[in-house]
Design a protein around this ligand. Structure first.
Ligand SMILES: [Zn+2]
Length: 322
């Protein structure tokens, strides 16, 4: 019996140890992909004088819009083959690309512009932007010429500002949107029918709490919208560095100084819980105080609502363990 017991604990020890090491390996791999990316962004900056945080923000933006990105894929920017090679050309030699007015460049020094090579792709993108100049305004114009979509340009510009401010691309912290040392309750109400304003479905999770409970940013991002709307009352919208728009509604008020364009991090207080909305500006008290929290994903073409509940559960656990 004793023998069995110790065998068991020995096996358990082996299992635990190997779990610990595989977790550690996974974490180290994650660290190293961020390090690899950062090294490539900085190298591209050195070659083009386009600041690394813009190059990083373009890559980050594109990583969110494709469904078939591999976990270990270092660079995610994809450039149209016709633009890369030049119309009518399919050779990746620099001479041919130049002859056919393609934009493909050789970043890794193999004398070929390879559409699938991260360094070649980064140098090509940064060289494209460089044509428009190096100031913030020039880069904005370059991005607009490339993507031809205002929201895309704004998302990339704001992500670049976040990367620059924190001097990092490894920004994976999260927080729960309501201060967890206050009383609150929530359940999954996503998709429920809503009476006010016709047949709407409920695009978010309601977190019930007392008036004045602090409301916090859940992510790194930039304040995109602030003010009154008919349903949401006093609300605030923050777009994070993953092309996700976070919508906080029914606030009783805003934290002092919060304004559109401001960079926020997880845990920054942005306002407090209230019951505003369902009427003209200032309408309040038509329902119990709660935070309505919604999440919207943008894929470069359109935006859609998805269920924030599983994320809230996860961030609540993260907040409690901190
Ligand atoms: Zn709601």
């Amino acid at each position: 019996m004793l023998y069995l017991k110790s065998t068991h604990s020995f096996i358990l020890l082996i299992i635990l140890t190997s779990c610990f090491f595989s977790l550690q390996i996974a974490a180290e791999e994650e660290d190293s992909i961020y390090e690899k990316r950062m090294a490539l962004y900085k190298k591209t900056e050195a070659l083009t004088q386009i600041p690394w945080y813009y190059i990083a923000a373009v890559d980050q933006y594109e990583r969110q819009i494709y469904k078939d990105i591999e976990d270990n894929q270092v660079i995610s920017i994809r450039i149209e083959p016709t633009l890369w090679f030049g119309a009518g050309n399919d050779s990746n030699t620099l001479n041919a690309i130049e002859l056919f007015n393609g934009i493909g460049k050789d970043g890794n020094g193999d004398h070929k512009a390879n559409l699938k090579d991260g360094e070649d792709v980064l140098l090509t993108m940064a060289s494209y932007l460089q044509e428009f100049g190096h100031t913030e305004e020039d880069i904005k114009i370059g991005l607009w010429n490339y993507y031809k979509r205002d929201l895309t340009v704004q998302t990339i510009k704001n992500t670049a500002r976040v990367f620059k401010k924190y001097n990092d691309i490894y920004l994976t912290d999260r927080d729960f949107p309501v201060a967890i040392n206050y009383n609150y309750s929530y359940r999954n109400t996503w998709g429920d029918r809503r009476g006010f304003g016709g047949n709407r479905i409920h695009e978010g999770t309601d977190i019930f709490a007392d008036y004045g409970t602090p409301v916090k940013s859940t992510t790194y991002g930039v304040v995109e919208l602030k003010g009154w709307n008919l349903y949401g009352g006093w609300r605030i919208g923050i777009r994070d560095i993953y092309n996700i728009y976070h919508y906080y509604a029914h606030l009783s008020g805003y934290e002092e100084g919060v304004k559109v364009g401001q960079i926020v991090k997880p845990g920054d207080v942005i306002g407090s819980v209230g019951s505003t909305g369902y009427g003209p500006p200032g309408t309040s008290g038509k329902f119990p105080p709660h935070l309505h929290y919604g999440m919207y994903k943008d894929n470069g073409y359109s935006e859609w609502s998805f269920d924030p509940y599983p994320y809230l559960r996860k961030w609540e656990r993260m907040a409690k363990s901190n």
